[in-house]
Design a protein around this ligand. Structure first.
Ligand code: SAH
Length: 337
């Protein structure tokens, strides 16, 4: 909730509306685990809230730390659904990768989440819990950016994800600046259009992964719904409307999407638009049968884009030894809690 959501409830309970903001500040900013700790609230209100809306932290089922400092948390919710969240150390601070669904329906050929199936959408509260539990692990170090790039397709769970973004952005709460929030989508065009109208300065990241429909059809079933030109068209309109540079993610898969002619096709598609290409090394998921492009191939591909004037980076791989790297998150089958 945001203050505007809780204020009518406070008024209904016979308390002034500023109590809403106080309670939420305790929960998001001071990360209180109980109403008892909220010392500036009247005792009667604390009791009422503890009965009506108990604070129920999720169960942190597993914590894995990688050699590079990346930490992956598996978080279990009371109905048995669970989600993974990954805390990463960068030179600019800590960032958190949040899951928007327990599992995923999109079925991308290279992705581990696709293989574990879909159980349900996560609520905005469950996304907040990922932030709170990761913050506890981070101790006195603050998480300063969030990428909604974990399990799930955020634009298939639009309302909850948007509420989560607004909560993240609330100054007295988690206080993450909009420009430090990234939403990554496989290209759900109506969702991109809707997001463009929200008046938010967040970064949109589009998982493109191929410059033509034949290749994209092969690795991303969603391409049958929204094809390459529709997705890139929506990305360009997003950039025009928000003035924000759109990131196009491109996971490099050996012999599938890494040829120089595909690099040239990508140039044709994106040249002149406010965009940035992020080349990602494939984290091989054994069941997929797909393998990673060689470093030399990635370098040659990158050079074609750079020579044509596109902004391009290659993403550093993090947390691969704990299956915390991109596309490696997968639902555990454990239900014993
Ligand atoms: N559904 C959203 C967000 C979750 S996936 C989306 O598709 O963008 C987050 C990113 O990880 C996407 O760019 C996705 O394509 C990428 N990814 C998935 N599997 C991967 C793998 N095995 N190796 C590298 N990146 C992968």
């Amino acid at each position: 909730m945001l203050p505007k959501d809780l204020e009518p409830i406070m008024l209904g309970l016979g308390h002034p509306k500023y109590r809403a903001s106080q309670v939420l500040e305790w929960i998001y900013s001071k990360m209180a685990g109980s109403y008892e700790q909220m010392t500036n609230l009247p005792a009667e209100l604390k009791e009422t809230l503890a009965k009506a809306a108990p604070i129920k932290p999720p169960n942190v089922m597993d914590v894995k730390r990688a050699k590079d400092g990346t930490t992956k948390l598996l978080i279990g919710f009371p109905d048995g659904a669970n989600a993974e969240t990954v805390l990463m150390e960068h030179d600019y601070g800590l960032s958190l990768c949040v899951s928007s669904q327990a599992g995923c329906k999109m079925g991308c050929a290279f992705c581990a989440s696709a293989m574990s199936g879909y159980s349900r959408d996560l609520t905005s509260g469950e996304m907040c819990w990922q932030f709170i539990e990761a913050s506890r692990i981070a101790k006195d170090r603050r998480i300063s950016s969030v990428v909604i790039m974990g399990m799930g397709e955020p634009l298939m769970n639009y309302d909850a994800v948007l509420q989560f973004i607004r909560v993240l952005n609330w100054g007295k709460g988690f206080n993450i600046g909009a420009r430090r929030i990234t939403l990554s989508t496989c290209g759900i065009v109506p969702g991109i259009e809707r997001l463009a109208g929200e008046d938010l300065q967040i970064t949109l990241s589009i998982s493109l992964h191929a410059p033509d429909d034949a290749t994209r059809d092969r690795i991303m079933p969603v391409n049958k719904l929204y094809n390459v030109s529709e997705v890139v068209g929506a990305g360009k309109r997003y950039a025009d409307r928000t003035g924000r540079r759109v990131t196009y993610e491109y996971v490099m898969i050996k012999g599938v999407n890494d040829s120089l002619s595909q690099a040239a096709a990508l140039v044709k598609l994106l040249k002149g638009s406010l965009s940035h290409v992020n080349l990602i090394p494939l984290n091989p998921v054994p069941e997929s049968g797909l393998t990673r492009s060689t470093d030399a191939t990635v370098a040659a591909f990158k050079k074609v884009l750079e020579d044509a004037g596109l902004a391009v980076t290659s993403r550093r791989e993090m947390g691969s030894d704990i299956e915390g790297a991109c596309g490696q998150l997968r639902l555990k089958k454990r239900r014993s809690f």
